[in-house]
Ligand binder design. Structure first.
Ligand code: FMN
Length: 332
């Protein structure tokens, strides 16, 4: 399948693996890229630019296919040394960067000078248009269903994607709630040129996280995510657990007076405990509603091949069947 996204990134299938804190290590990025998608190393999971340079080198040892790095721009008070992280990306010869969080505008000249393709993750049409204006090559349009930070507009992909298609000139991938061939065909129908998956890629053989995390995703249903930090305007969709219940209780008690310090124990430094040690109640961790569509733990190649096969069958058989009349007999 060729789309604007496969051509932009030089990949075989229009499937991107979104940056994920303490999940997006070289092992997962290389596995996704070897499967024909675009694997992405999560830049800030590496504590220093030097460690990111090593992680990029490790990924290059595992794949000769294109892969990218995610740079999440955090609020200014906790800014990591972004220019040094970008230097590590440029020197590592990486040609794709997924930016997220605040606008990457200040860093666009450095990224573009190095010939890097930039895909910015946005949860609204207005932010997508800004990304286009500042020279991003593509957008990852992240609907309300998504794991992580869905923004504050609460627009699901059924509306957000066609709205993005109405306004954008640059290509975009659909992000949030994507799991299988049905998701890919739906995303293409709604105007996207591919899809980005986060949560689905955690439940794969190569994702370097504790088995408890993968099992939790298989066990979870679409009803099991919660939105936290709404009153801080830093909304995050997470998988419910005992500590998330406690966090929501604190949010209810404090109301509009809530500060990040009140929920420090539930959110600060919990990712290594969950992802690496498998302490599933240690705190809040991002997870999409798509958990309800995750029923197994395949390899990345099995997953990507299955998605592409399923997408082709849906297009050639199911959809064409409706046009040529043979689809009328289908019950589903
Ligand atoms: N997005 C980022 O830009 N930076 C991150 O550090 C980041 N960490 C994430 C950690 C986890 C565990 C998950 C599930 C998502 C994270 N995301 C992050 C968001 C994903 O890149 C992606 O946009 C999102 O998962 C898409 O929704 P889905 O989970 O429904 O596929």
């Amino acid at each position: 399948m060729k789309t604007a996204i496969t051509e932009l990134f030089g990949i075989e299938h229009p499937i991107v693996q979104g940056g994920m804190h303490f999940v997006g290590f070289a092992d997962l990025a290389a596995a996704v890229s070897n499967a024909g998608g675009l694997g992405i190393i999560t830049g800030l999971t590496q504590r220093t630019p030097e460690l990111l340079a090593k992680e990029i080198a490790r990924c290059r040892d595992m794949t000769d296919k294109p892969f990218g790095v995610n740079l999440t721009f955090l609020p200014a008070f906790s800014a990591p040394p972004y220019p040094e992280y970008i230097a590590a990306i440029v020197e590592g010869g990486v040609k794709a960067v997924e930016t997220a969080g605040r606008s990457p505008e200040a860093y666009m000249p450095a990224l573009k000078a190095a010939g890097i393709k930039v895909i910015h993750k946005c949860t609204s049409v207005r932010h997508s248009l800004k990304a286009e204006r500042i020279g991003c090559d593509a957008v990852s349009v992240d609907g309300f269903e998504c794991g992580g930070h869905p923004g504050e507009d609460d627009i699901p992909n059924m509306i957000l994607l066609p709205r993005a298609a109405e306004e954008l000139k640059i290509p975009f991938v659909a992000s949030g709630g994507m799991a299988d061939g049905r998701s890919l065909v739906a995303a293409l129908s709604l105007g996207a040129a591919g899809m980005n998956m986060g949560t689905r890629f955690i439940a794969t053989k190569e994702a370097p996280v504790h088995q408890n995390v993968k099992n939790a995703l298989v066990a979870a249903t679409e009803l099991d995510t919660r939105l936290i930090m709404r009153s801080l305007r830093n909304t995050e969709r997470v998988l419910k657990n005992a500590n998330v219940d406690r966090l929501l209780e604190i949010e209810r008690e404090k109301g509009a007076k809530l500060t990040i310090d009140d929920i420090h124990d539930q959110v600060a430094g919990v990712y290594p405990k969950i992802m690496l040690e498998g302490q599933m109640d240690a705190g809040a961790w991002s997870c999409g509603m798509v958990a309800g569509l995750i029923h197994d733990i395949p390899s990345c190649k099995e997953l990507v091949d299955r998605i592409m096969d399923e997408a082709e069958t849906i297009i050639r058989s199911r959809l064409m069947g409706f046009l040529d009349g043979t689809g009328a007999a289908r019950k589903v």
